[in-house]
Design a protein around this ligand. Structure first.
Ligand code: 2B7
Length: 662
């Protein structure tokens, strides 16, 4: 529904009907749409009246699917709601009939039936057979309940194979009928009546709609909502096919809507509910805080749910913040050094509804789901401020509860923020390099390598054996923390982990920044034993959790130290597993001296360089995401209480190395 609907027939008037006839005679149909060249001013002229609606129904009701079908009901109901808003109608009844039609009855004044000189037609006929008859009948303050601004009735008529109106007015009963938008029974008096009101019944045109079956459940939700929005109005929904009937009536208006919304939660107080007129604008709001952490704000403008908020919602929020801040200040509720709750803190646990009525609502945004009238913000803000301040003054107990809730939220928010700040800071923004890092000379990360070495003695050997030009050594003492189990704060409290993060330089988690990486090769160098495998798994888990990009970009490696040295005479060979040992021994013809390296510390600096650190001879394994996932899986095994699978894994993992060197 948009302003676009006005354009094809904006001038309205009696001519429109004639033009509609012309259109039908020529049956321009879809040609008009498909041929851009023929889409001239003249063609546009031809597309007038209700025939235009039939040719482009989607332009008027959005779609011809089920939702478009139900839209027909809303267009009619909107007129009844307008009559209720004007104060003349108290009952609306919507009936789904067995023959597939829907009727809407309201007990308002009844559509006028006088002859209109200007149109040469009866007023009721004008209302139902001409586009844009709406303006001519405007009388109340809010002619817009969201529909087609009074054009709705004629649009529904155009899209119905049959359309009937019965008017009860001035003691008489009147009737008119149309087929596919064309008047077939001119308005006539059909008898006396002691009732007042309008009855519209229509049969949707199956040539237009994909489905013509109305659904109770679809109608139900909106009618209930309308009853909350129009306090006191009784809306009956009846389905003759299923013989079910439902009455919606909310004497308390939005207050009852809020109660309905918080029915499953624990409210801190009774619903706060106010209504006020400011000039021609009516503001109604209802509030209730519960012990939940969520915020629910439901907003309406002229009965339309503004799902994307808008100026009324901004005004409500501003009013809430201002009022509660003022209240806290005047009662000295915020102690020295304590935090003033923010708007978000104040709205934690709040369920609120706001409904505004204005003469000219502007619906904005992609789906027109946002109220745009800028003056509404200030109006709502001051209404909320005025009403809520006096509520707080008069209800000190409730006021304290509401404020206490906001305070708790403020403290929680502050604690969360502090934790985040510490994380950021610790995660590498403090750039002082750790004391135990033996850094390399070069500053170009592309060629620099960092060896993470377990234990001090291995660390010492690595420092001596390395090429200090481009190789840095970071010895880690003892087992690094089990990052799986510890919280982030605890992890960052661990000096070893902090040294690691700082040395690598790129930060961690969401603050990870690859451009600050200090070494393009980060190499884990641990013993070839069970402990070494364990610490390696812990490190891999840490990287997976907090620096996954390091792995994704291929910067993480595991160094593979030899397991044995095989010596024959003056010659030494290093082998990496039992299989290789057998092969080598065979090759050398037996009579060899075999040394098993239990740890890196058993190798001297020269041996460490020759076997594990020298790019010419070493074996590095680039860690892949797949490896990380495996480490992750095996982590369970490692950390579990079951000893056997742990042992099996460690032995396999430590030895089972493929994808050699880089
Ligand atoms: C803009 C047009 C559509 N209208 C009136 C008066 C009352 C009235 C209506 C209506 C839907 C289903 C039953 C005004 C407004 C036409 O002008 S439409 N009631 N109900 C309705 O459509 N219900 C009216 C001023 C004085 N007397 C009557």
């Amino acid at each position: 529904m948009g302003k676009a609907k006005k354009s094809p027939n904006g001038d309205g008037g009696a001519g429109a009907t004639k033009a509609a006839e012309t259109t039908e005679a020529e049956d321009t149909g879809s040609e008009v749409e498909s041929s851009a060249e023929e889409y001239t001013g003249q063609s546009i002229q031809v597309l007038k009246g209700l025939e235009a609606v039939r040719q482009r129904p989607a332009m008027y009701i959005g779609t011809t699917s089920e939702s478009g079908l139900h839209h027909l009901v809303w267009e009619i109901v909107d007129n009844a709601i307008d009559e209720a808003m004007a104060g003349f109608c108290h009952n609306i009844k919507v009936t789904i009939h067995e023959d597939g039609s829907v009727s809407v009855w309201d007990d308002g004044r009844g559509v006028p039936v006088d002859h209109m000189e200007s149109e040469g037609m009866n007023a009721a006929e004008v209302v139902y057979t001409m586009l844009h008859a709406g303006g001519k009948f405007s009388s109340g303050a809010y002619k817009v309940s969201g529909g087609l601004h009074g054009v709705g009735s004629s649009v529904v008529n155009a899209l119905s194979k049959r359309f009937e109106v019965e008017i009860h007015r001035d003691g008489n009963k009147y009737f008119l009928a149309c087929e596919r938008g064309k008047l077939c029974d001119k308005l006539r008096e059909t008898g006396k009546s002691r009732k007042r009101g309008t009855l519209v019944r229509f049969w949707p045109d199956p040539d237009i709609f994909e489905t013509t079956e109305f659904k109770f459940t679809v109608l139900e939700d909106r009618l209930r909502e309308l009853s909350f929005l129009n306090s006191g109005l009784a809306i009956v929904l009846r389905d003759e096919k299923q013989d079910v009937e439902q009455t919606y009536r909310a004497k308390g208006g939005l207050k009852e809507l809020v109660k309905y919304m918080t029915r499953a939660r624990n409210p801190l107080h009774r619903v706060i509910h106010y209504t006020k007129m400011v000039g021609a604008t009516r503001v109604e709001f209802a509030l209730q805080w519960t012990d939940s952490y969520k915020e629910y704000i439901l907003a309406f403008a002229n009965n339309i749910h503004t799902k994307d908020g808008g100026t009324h919602v901004t005004g409500l929020k501003a009013g809430l913040t201002r009022t509660l801040n003022n209240y806290a200040n005047s009662y000295g509720l915020v102690k020295n050094g304590a935090l003033m709750p923010t708007g978000d803190d104040i709205r934690e646990g709040l369920t609120a509804t706001i409904s505004v009525w204005l003469e000219n609502p502007q619906f904005e945004g992609q789906t027109k789901g946002q109220l745009g009238n800028s003056d509404v913000k200030g109006i709502v803000e001051s209404v909320v401020n005025e009403m809520l301040s006096s509520y707080l003054e008069e209800h000190p107990t409730e006021a304290r509860k509401i404020f206490a809730k906001a305070e708790v939220s403020a403290r929680a928010r502050d604690a969360a923020k502090k934790a985040r700040d510490i994380t950021r800071k610790r995660a590498g923004l403090d750039t002082a390099l750790p004391g135990k890092l033996a850094d390399c000379a070069i500053r170009e990360p592309e060629n620099a390598e960092l060896f993470i070495v377990e234990g001090n003695s291995a660390g010492g050997n690595a420092k001596q054996g390395r090429d200090r030009e481009y190789q840095a050594i970071l010895p880690l003492r003892g087992k690094i923390l089990n990052v799986e189990k510890a919280g982030l704060n605890k992890i960052l409290g661990n000096a070893e982990v902090r040294a690691l993060i700082t040395a690598i330089g790129s930060g961690m988690g969401s603050d990870f920044d690859i451009s600050r990486l200090r070494y393009h090769k980060v190499i884990i160098m641990t013993d070839a034993d069970v402990d070494g495998a364990h610490i390696r798994t812990l490190l891999l888990t840490f990287f997976f959790r907090h620096m996954v990009e390091l792995v994704e970009r291929g910067h993480l490696f595991v160094a593979l130290p030899p397991l044995y040295r095989v010596r024959k005479g003056q010659k030494s060979f290093y082998v990496f597993d039992d299989q290789a040992l057998g092969a080598k021994t065979e090759e050398l013809g037996g009579n060899v001296e075999v040394t098993r390296f239990k740890g890196l510390g058993e190798m001297n600096a020269k041996q460490l360089w020759e076997t594990t650190m020298n790019p010419e001879a070493r074996t590095l394994i680039r860690i892949t995401m797949e490896d990380l996932r495996k480490a992750e899986e095996t982590f369970e095994k490692l950390m579990g209480s079951d000893v056997q699978p742990r042992k099996v894994f460690i032995t396999e993992y430590a030895r089972n190395v493929k994808n050699l060197d880089v």
